[in-house]
Design a protein around this ligand. Sequence first.
Ligand SMILES: [Zn+2]
Length: 459
Amino acid sequence: MRILLLSLFILLAGPLPSVAQNSDSLATAAQLRDQAMRGSMAYALVESLTTEVGPRLAGSPADKVAAAWAEQKLKKLGFDRVFTEAFTIPRWDRGSEQAAIVAPYPQPLTITALGGSVATSKTALEAEVVLVPTFEDLLRLPEGALTGKIALLTQKTTSEAARRGAVAFLVRSLGTHSHRFAHTGNLRYDPLAPKIPAAALSPPDVELIERMASRGKPVRLRMQMSPRFSGTATTHNVIADIVGREKPQEIIVIGAHLDSWDLGTGALDDGAGVGIVMAAAKLIADLPQRPKRTIRLILFGAEEISLLGANDYIARRTREDIAQHMIGSESDFGAGPVYKLSLRVAPSALAGFESIMTILAPLGIVAGDNRAFGGPDMTPFRVADVPVFSLLQDGRDYFDYHHTPDDTLDKVDAKSLDQNVAAWAALSYWLAEQEDLSQLRPMIDGAAPRRPAGNYPQP
Ligand SMILES: [Zn+2]
C-alpha cells in the first residue's frame, strides 16, 4: 500500500526529484523519530498546561496566564530566542446560562451559548419553540413565521431565523456523541439581521423536545444567558526559534494554538498540539548541531475566535518576510495518531518527499494528496502563498469532545502523542535540512477554502 502511494507521488510529480536528498538528514530524522517513540515530553506539557492553566479563552485572565506559561517553558527548553507578539481582540465572556422546558412537562435543559452570542434580557426569555428540521425548511418559512418563537434546528446559522422574527435560536449541538452536554463554537451574526441569543442544545435534550412536540402540545422554553462583550483585551502569539546554521532567514513554521474555549481544559483542542510541536522542537533543539534553516514554533493566540493570532502574524510582516516562510503546518486535531502526510506545494516538488516517507512509514504514515489544509491557523499563511503540510491524525472521536466540558486530559494518550512528536520532529528537521526549498512554490491553489466559510469567519 505504501509503495503504491509513494509511486503516486512520483507519477504526479514527474521523474525528477527536485528537493535534494540527503542521507545525513534522513539518518538524523530517523534518530529523532526513534528518540520520540521512546518517550517525549509532550504529555507532560499537556498535563502541565491543563492542570496549571486550564480553560484559556482568548482575552480572559487565564489566557494571559497561558502566554506566560508558554514563554517560561520555551525559555527553559533551550530555544535560541523566545518572544511574544501582542495584539488586541474583542473580549467576550460567557456569563451564566440556563434553560428549561416550562410546558407541557417542565424539565431542565443543557445549553451553552455560542461564542460571541448576545444575551437574553435580564429576566429570562420565555417562548414557544418551533422545531425546524433542516436549514431548507427554515428558508421556506415566510418572514414573521417565527415571531416571538424560539427556533430550534440542526444547522448552525442564526440570521435566517432572526429575519423570520425568532427571539432566540437553538441548534442541536454539533458533535458525534449523545452526551448531555453542548458544544460551543464561534458564531457570526449577519449585520443585516437582528442579533438574537444563540446557543447549542445537547442532543438528548433536542430529542426530548421532539418527543414532547410529537404529542401535539406546544412546547415552551425558558432561557437565560448573560454573555457579553466588554471592550478589548490584549493577547499574544508566543514564538520560539531554533535559528538555522546556514540559512537563518528561511523559516519552517510549526504551530499549534494556545487559546481554548472556556468549557473544558483544552486538552485535545489544542493542548495536544501545543505539547506535540513543543516536544518536537525540543528534540531538534537538543541536537549537537542546528539545522540549516530556522525552525519557528508559533503558539497562536485567539484561534478559536476567528484566527486572530494567525491574521496578526501575517499582517505585521511584509510580503518579503512572508516569502521567507518556506512551509508551515499546525497541529490542531487532538491527540490521535498520525496516519497520513499531505502537502500543498508545487507539483514538481512532490517527488522530493519520497525519501522522508521512508522515515515516516514505520510510524504507520502513508503519503496523501497535494491538497493539504495545514491546520486552521495556516489559512492566512496559505492565502499569503506559504506552502503547507498536514500530518493528518485519526480524529474519529475528536468531535465527541472538542469545544465541550469533556475536553480534558484523560482523553489524551501519551504514546499516541509520542508518535505525533516522532513525525513532527523527523519531518520538520528534514525540511530544514533540504538544499533548496524555494521549489515548494508556487503551491497549488493556496486560497482554496478547506472548511465551510462560516466555520472560521475572517474579521
Ligand atoms: Zn483547535
